[in-house]
Ligand binder design. Sequence first.
Ligand SMILES: Cc1cc2nc3c(=O)[nH]c(=O)nc-3n(C[C@H](O)[C@H](O)[C@H](O)COP(=O)(O)OP(=O)(O)OC[C@H]3O[C@@H](n4cnc5c(N)ncnc54)[C@H](O)[C@@H]3O)c2cc1C
Length: 550
Amino acid sequence: MYLPPGVTPTDFAAAIRHFETAVGKEWVFTKDEDVDLYKDSFSPFLGEPEERVASAAVAPDSVEQVQQIVRIANQYKIPLYAISTGRNLGYGGSAPVYSGCVVVDLKRMNRILEVSEDHASVLVEPGVSYFDLYRHIKERKLKVWVDVPDPGWGSLVGNALDHGGGYTRPYFRNHFDAHCGMEVVLPNAELIRTGMGALPGSKTWQQYKFGVGPWVDGIFSQSNFGIVTKMGFWLMPQPEAYFSGTVYAQKHEDLHQLIRVLTILEDGGITNGMPDTSSPLLGIISIAEQARMLAVDTPQAAEEPQLLALRDKAATGDYTGLESYGQRKGIPYWSATIKFYGPAKVVPLQWEYCKEKFSAIAGATFKDGELVRFPLASDPTDQARFPEFGIPSLNNFSIGAESSTNPQPLHGHMWFTCIIPRTGAAIIEVNQMFAAAAREFGLPELRFQLPAWYWQRSAICIFGFPVTTDIETNKKNRGHIFRLIEMAAKKGWGEYRTPPAYQDAVVGAYSFNNHSLLKFHESIKDAIDPNGILSPGRYGIWPKHLRKKI
Ligand SMILES: Cc1cc2nc3c(=O)[nH]c(=O)nc-3n(C[C@H](O)[C@H](O)[C@H](O)COP(=O)(O)OP(=O)(O)OC[C@H]3O[C@@H](n4cnc5c(N)ncnc54)[C@H](O)[C@@H]3O)c2cc1C
């Protein structure tokens, strides 16, 4: 057993006894084989002393039990780490940031407290997964959708609190933005409700976010200021129809105009689905194509040596050969599929309008998608459709799995994910930075990549590294990520989300005015959690007694 640092075995044993009284003996886990389940299975510290481990876990069933756990933790100075469904793979799994924490596993608090079709909203406890809510909605034939991330087994609460994202309309695919109202147990065990929830008997908790006065919800995301025990979300009213269309552009330089028009159309609400970009000529596949290839083990077709040579040339800045090759063979340089949810009569017209706007790109060509009406008679056979139709699955877990092209399955992954401006220039610049980094790291030449478009107004670029069972490789890859954090920060780009291993470094890069934002977070921490019992270290916020000087 791993004890919380600074806690005597006698105090720890007493705390465990109190936890057992609070939640029932069967819901306190202290045996190694149980506690090991709370390790991060994608941990970049696999087999190293720094691997994050819990000392025990406790699974409450009610808000009152959560409050009791927090009181006991304060009495014995036991650090806690709250998780909802604990599926945060790639960003820390269910492991605490600070080894020795008792994990507060909220999976038993899995009640769907209210779904309103009229107001398109839901109030859930932390243990409710996307699968749970989807089934609930389907069984009752409600005309609302839940926006889902790739893995359906995660929770609405945990995913939103970690700033997770999905695939439908911008408003709903930003999961924290889509929330409306919270209930939180503070580190002193006080219970608060935010927004309209603070008004006793409120009739609009899930309809108006702000209540009155400072809106504090944001401080409970990516932080350690409270344990969220209820959260409201706005659901997407089931659209009548869906339509998509693809625009193709022929020249390297067209990237700038393509992204400019795409962004104007999205910011103006003309297109309202998540864009999916690719480059047939550079061999960059779209998210949809990737999903299809994962669903059915599809070996990638061999490409002509001439095309590969022209791509190498393009990587040096000489695109003309590649462009003429594409024109000869009818292979476009860029493509962007844009999507529309709305009335069946309207969505094809929105696409017509978009075509007009994209026609500003000389030589642009178009392909119309098909009109899909809802509700669907059955789940689509095309796996790529699941996320954009709000259907949860675990399809994406085939990433890195053994296949005909990947005989050596990955153990896991860690991603450097930075937010860049939505411009062609920024996309080119981030690729130059990644290429320079790959050279510095001694990695093979990187292929040009296009961002993901989860968030409106910005773009996300990802540099992925495998998590392996080899300690030296993992160490090297961790070093690469630290270096990328530094390189990106110099360009003015920060990460939006990161596993515990990098949280101090990522937060450290947000250093305006001598780290004044982090200092503000620390002041809040000191005021509301003087014993530093809640999730120490999460997103760089350490309690006073564990704080390093910056
Ligand atoms: C192949 C693959 C694809 C993925 N695709 C996506 C994707 O499309 N979109 C996406 O967003 N993510 C994605 N992820 C990341 C991750 O799996 C999901 O975000 C997942 O939903 C997070 O797990 P969870 O919901 O169980 O959250 P949890 O693990 O329960 O919570 C995450 C963190 O939030 C905090 N927290 C959780 N609950 C509480 C609470 N009640 N009170 C206070 N703090 C709390 C804790 O610090 C916790 O560690 C992907 C991962 C993999 C491996």
